[in-house]
Design a binder for this molecule. Structure first.
Ligand code: NAP
Length: 242
């Protein structure tokens, strides 16, 4: 077992999986969380272990506070510390605002924003005792600039940015850094049905969609390499918004 632990929510697939592998390469034991796809989570755990560190997957719904509390307590009891938290898991329930019902609104706010409160709360207590830690919140470029059909998602991601800056101010004196990443269009299951890719590509100076690994590199920079960066929102979008 390594002396350092990283916890990545939604670490079984997509961006979270790439982050989990990147942090494992940096020597961290990694706990991933996921919602329901046990096959993907099991495969990811095997890939992480192949890098020579410990790995485990915990299935719980990050939008359910009691499930979060119970599972973080199990993780802390087993590993005794949490050095990095990546609040990554998220969903979309897109619709034009005029058609958006409260089910879509609440699902996205609960899973993408309230979850960060639920998960960070017990983790920050551990980090405060350690007097060290790094949190990276997975926001989105649309949380900064807005997007048609995503009022719920943009509100949640904008909320995460305010959450990031506030925690950075509150926790800096305990040597806990808190930053956010705002990805652009990244190739994952979340974006596979977007369609109209050619139109998006015209808007991106680097002329390609991002890969999960592009985001993972930025997560590692913020969580591991940087020592004097906190409260920042790093836009990783191929230059989509300049
Ligand atoms: P993804 O491929 O759809 O993967 C989502 C991950 O989150 C899966 O591991 C999933 O678990 C987990 N998850 C979903 N709901 C959960 C819940 N209630 N409790 C626990 N785990 C849950 O998504 P992605 O594209 O990698 O996105 C990751 C993050 O980046 C999200 O916050 C997203 O908003 C953000 N982001 C993505 C893009 C993009 O272009 N892809 C752009 C900007 C921001 P299961 O496998 O069990 O379902």
């Amino acid at each position: 077992m390594s002396e350092k632990l990283a916890l990545v929510t939604g670490g079984s697939r997509g961006i979270g999986k790439a982050c989990a592998l990147k942090l494992a390469q940096a020597g961290y034991d990694v706990v991933i969380n996921y919602a329901g796809n046990t096959e993907a989570a099991t495969k990811t755990v095997e890939e992480i272990k192949a890098l020579g560190v410990e790995a485990e997957a915990y299935r719980f719904d990050i939008s359910n506070q009691s499930e979060v509390d119970e599972n973080i307590a199990r993780i802390v009891e087993k590993y005794g510390r949490i050095d990095i938290l990546v609040n990554n898991a998220g969903i979309t329930r897109d619709d034009l605002f005029i058609r958006m019902d409260s089910e879509k609104w609440n699902a996205v706010i609960n899973t993408n924003l309230n979850s960060a409160f639920y998960v960070s709360k017990p983790v920050v207590k551990v980090m405060m005792k350690q007097r060290s830690g790094a949190i990276v919140n997975m926001a989105s470029i649309v949380g900064v600039y807005g997007n048609i059909g995503q009022a719920n998602y943009c509100a949640a991601k904008a909320g995460l940015i305010g959450f990031t800056k506030s925690l950075a101010k509150e926790l800096g004196s305990r040597n806990i850094r808190v930053n956010a990443i705002a990805p652009g269009f990244i190739e994952t299951d979340m974006t596979k049905d977007l369609g109209n890719t050619e139109e998006f590509l015209k808007l991106i100076p680097l002329k390609r969609m991002g890969k999960p690994e592009d985001i993972a590199a930025a997560v590692k920079f913020l969580a591991v390499d940087s020592t004097y960066v906190t409260g920042q929102v790093l836009e990783v979008d191929g230059g989509l918004v300049i």
